[in-house]
Design a protein around this ligand. Structure first.
Ligand code: PAF
Length: 282
C-alpha cells in the first residue's frame, strides 16, 4: 500500500501501472471511512488491478456556515481501513496541493440541476463537488470510479459530467449501506445525539412506507410526500425538502407519477445534523 500526497508522485506511480496494463479503480472520499466507503473499496478491488482511495476534505464544496472545520478527520485509521479492504494507493493531497491559488478560477457547473434540491440550500456545493471530482479524474485517469447512491443528486451530476465532458471512464453506482435500523450510513451520523440516532431511521421508514403506497397504486406526488413528512415529523425531525423526481432527468414530477422511474429525495435535520436519503420507486 502506498500513501501518496502529491499529484506528481501519484502520476509517476500510475504511469508505471499503465505501462503494465493494470486497470485502475478510483474511490473518491472525504475520509472518516465507514462501512459504506469500505463497500465501494471492496467493489473496486474486485473489478480492478489497482484501487486508489482519495481522501480529501474539499473546502470548495462547503458553504460558509457548514462543517468544514469540524468534519471528522482521522487519516491514520482511514489508511489502515482502506488497505485492509483492498486499496493499493491512498492519495491524500493537502489543500495547497489541490488548490495552489485558493479557489480555482475554472469551475465545473451543471446550470440546470445544481441549484435544485440539496443545491437550493447549499450554494456552490455541487460546483465544488464537480470541480474536485473532475480534478481527481484527470489526476488519476481511472478506468472506473465508485460512488454510493445515498448522494443521489451528486451521483446524477457526476454521471452527467462524465457524459457531457467525455471523460473516458465508467461510473459504478454502489447501493446505500444501512444500519439495521434502516438509517443510511454517513460520516455525519456521528454528529447525532443518542436520542436523535434512535429517531433518524424515521427517514427511511417514511421512504419505505411511501414506496409501499406507490406499489399499491398511489401515484399522487403530494400524498407520497406527506407519508415521508409525517414519518420524519413524528420522530421530531425537521424536513428541509422532500421531492419526487424523474430519475432520468432529475427534474421534479409535479402532480402524478405516470410511468416514469421516480425517486424520492429527502433532506431532514435532527438537531443541527442534516441527513439525506432517497428511494427509487418501481
Ligand atoms: O461524497 C463525497 O464524499 C464527496 O462529495 C466527494 C465525491 C468525495 C467529492 O469531494
Amino acid at each position: 500500500m502506498q500513501f501518496i500526497q502529491t499529484i506528481q508522485n501519484l502520476r509517476e506511480v500510475l504511469e508505471d501501472s499503465r505501462q503494465n496494463d493494470l486497470s485502475v479503480g478510483l474511490v473518491p472520499t472525504m475520509g472518516a471511512l465507514h462501512e459504506g466507503h469500505l463497500s465501494l473499496i471492496r467493489k473496486s478491488a474486485s473489478q480492478n488491478d489497482l484501487t486508489i482511495v482519495s481522501i480529501f476534505v474539499n473546502p470548495i464544496q462547503f458553504g460558509a456556515n457548514e462543517d468544514l472545520k469540524t468534519y471528522p478527520r482521522r487519516i491514520e485509521a482511514d489508511i489502515s481501513l482502506a488497505q485492509s479492504h483492498g486499496a493499493r494507493i491512498v492519495f491524500a493531497p493537502s489543500v495547497l496541493e489541490m488548490y495552489p491559488n485558493n479557489k480555482p478560477m475554472t469551475l465545473i457547473r451543471n446550470a440546470q440541476i445544481e441549484s435544485l434540491y440539496c443545491g437550493a440550500y447549499r450554494e456552490g456545493h455541487f460546483q465544488g463537488v464537480l470541480t474536485v471530482v473532475a480534478k481527481l479524474f484527470l489526476i488519476c485517469n481511472p478506468d472506473r470510479a465508485y460512488f454510493g447512491t445515498k448522494d443521489y443528486q451528486q451521483l446524477f451530476l457526476i454521471e452527467k459530467m462524465v457524459e457531457d465532458l467525455n471523460f473516458n471512464l465508467k461510473i459504478i453506482r454502489v447501493p446505500t449501506l444501512r444500519e439495521d435500523s434502516g438509517l443510511a450510513l454517513s460520516s455525519r451520523n456521528e454528529y447525532l445525539s443518542e436520542q436523535d440516532h434512535l429517531n433518524a431511521p424515521a427517514i427511511f421508514q417514511g421512504l419505505e412506507a411511501a414506496k409501499k403506497a406507490y406499489q399499491k397504486g398511489e401515484s399522487r406526488v403530494s400524498f407520497l410526500i406527506d407519508i415521508v413528512r409525517q414519518s420524519i415529523e413524528l420522530k421530531k425531525g425537521q424536513v428541509q425538502y422532500i421531492e419526487i423526481v424523474d430519475s432520468s432527468t432529475l427534474l421534479p414530477i409535479l402532480d402524478e407519477i405516470k410511468g416514469q422511474t421516480a425517486v424520492i429525495l429527502v433532506a431532514a435535520f435532527w438537531g443541527k445534523t442534516r441527513l439525506i436519503d432517497n428511494i427509487e420507486l418501481f
